[in-house]
Design a protein around this ligand. Structure first.
Ligand code: FPP
Length: 248
């Protein structure tokens, strides 16, 4: 029986973020080259996106390419860019059919022009959809994002558009690439690695962390449901005591 029936709709996280890890190791296990793992990772992207939308999650952020990933062998970087272009092109229709809006965060100007064009078209063509937002983190790192925000804030202070006294958590959030998107309540990482790898460092301050031993191409909709159920069984205290939480 599917774990889906055990999910309590009222206790769903609004925003789930995922570090999709283990494509390379999965490919090695199959005796294949790393790009074979990325190609098979797309199947999990599709499955988890569908599962998230069907359960009622409103925002799903996927770490598809980090700033640090540019340091991988050129052939792998090129293959990943080609895969992104192809996948976005092919999946655009499915996103529209499922009323899912595509968004992207990261240093998008550093992406190859063809990739940017495909991405912008898909963002434009899905902009009217409101069932769920699928946010791709591309050429993204949290430290890069925070540096960019600090540059813009200090510039606005210097030119008098902003008073330094007005800098608070809300203002900083509004300068990040995720402005307007609620912070993720649940962060999933696959492949048995216990790190956050420069992903949404500001936004995950109070997120529940869930680590799966599965490599990303093996991660199924049932694994996603299991993560949601695990999240729903946790007590989120936000610095308060258990007693205070049960009274509220
Ligand atoms: C991490 O596995 C995965 C990536 C760096 C890329 C993820 C990309 C995809 C799943 C395909 C395209 C995605 C979309 C959204 C269209 P790894 O290579 O670091 O694996 P390893 O740790 O085993 O080496």
């Amino acid at each position: 029986m599917s774990l889906k029936s055990k999910i309590i709709t009222e206790k769903l996280p609004l925003h789930v973020a995922i570090i999709m890890d283990g494509n390379g190791r999965w490919a090695s296990q199959q005796g294949e080259i790393r790009t074979f793992g990325h190609q098979n990772g797309v199947k999990s992207v599709r499955e988890v996106t569908e599962a998230a939308a069907e359960t009622g999650v409103k925002f799903l952020t996927l770490y598809a390419f980090s700033t640090e990933n540019w340091n991988r062998p050129r052939a792998e970087v090129n293959a990943l860019m080609e895969l992104l272009i192809h996948t976005i092109h092919v999946e655009k229709e499915t996103l529209n059919k499922n009323n899912i809006r595509l968004l992207a965060i990261g240093d998008l100007m550093s992406l190859p022009e063809k990739c940017r064009k495909e991405l912008n078209e898909a963002i434009q063509e899905t902009s009217g959809n409101d069932r769920m937002s699928l946010i791709l983190a591309l050429s993204y790192s949290a430290k890069w994002e925070i540096c960019e925000a600090i540059k813009r804030i200090s510039n606005n202070v210097c030119t008098g558009k902003l008073d330094a006294e007005d800098i608070n958590e809300k203002l900083i959030s509004s300068y990040l690439t995720t402005a307007g998107i609620p912070d993720p309540e649940l962060l999933i990482r696959t492949s048995g690695e216990y790190r956050v790898s420069n992903f949404l460092l500001w936004q995950i301050a109070y997120a529940e962390l869930y680590f799966s031993e599965k490599l990303w191409p093996e991660f199924t909709r049932e694994d996603f449901y299991e993560a949601l159920i695990n999240y729903q069984n946790r007590e989120r205290r936000f610095g308060q005591t258990s007693g205070q939480i049960s009274k509220s």
